[in-house]
Design a binder for this molecule. Structure first.
Ligand code: CMP
Length: 140
């Protein structure tokens, strides 16, 4: 049991449908604290840089186009084992495989428009958090 931080993105399908509050409620009900949050419009170079690890994947172009199709809400979540806890409540990448009650099962439209992103490791969380936030913007 470790106190951790993770980077969360509420994706354009969530802002478009005005369901960011419903997703935040699930995050808070799970015992995760939203210790930083801001709404922004990603540029294409920013989306490509954030998802650079997927640059060789067939879906990279469409993923980046989707991520710039509307505003996103980026967040830092803090809590016990925050990385795995958030991935657990997000559910599987493909909402068809996401467990009952998970964010993606309840809200995601497709594997691409899957409502949320969460870091996949503590190491990547640190990199992803610093991509969007300065220390001054994070208030635990
Ligand atoms: P995310 O957790 O943000 O990380 C990469 C994203 O690529 C993933 O969520 C999906 O939304 C998106 N994606 C689109 N197509 C695929 C695919 N075929 N397999 C995995 N991820 C995909």
């Amino acid at each position: 049991m470790t106190l951790q931080r993770t980077l969360s993105i509420l994706k354009p399908d969530a802002t478009r449908r005005n369901i960011t509050g419903k997703i935040n409620a699930k995050i808070e009900e799970a015992g995760l604290n939203i210790i930083a949050q801001k709404r922004l419009q990603l540029s294409l170079p920013q989306a490509q840089a954030f998802y650079a690890v997927h640059a060789e994947r067939s879906f990279f172009g469409e993923l980046c186009q989707f991520m710039i199709s509307g505003p996103v809400v980026v967040q830092v979540l803090e809590g016990t084992d925050a990385v795995t806890k958030y991935r657990d409540i997000m559910g599987a990448t493909n909402p068809a495989n996401a467990k009952e009650g998970s964010i993606r099962r309840e809200f995601a439209e497709s594997i691409e428009a899957n409502s949320v992103h969460g870091s996949d490791s503590a190491e990547n969380a640190a990199v992803e958090i610093s991509f969007f936030f300065s220390q001054l913007e994070i208030v635990a």
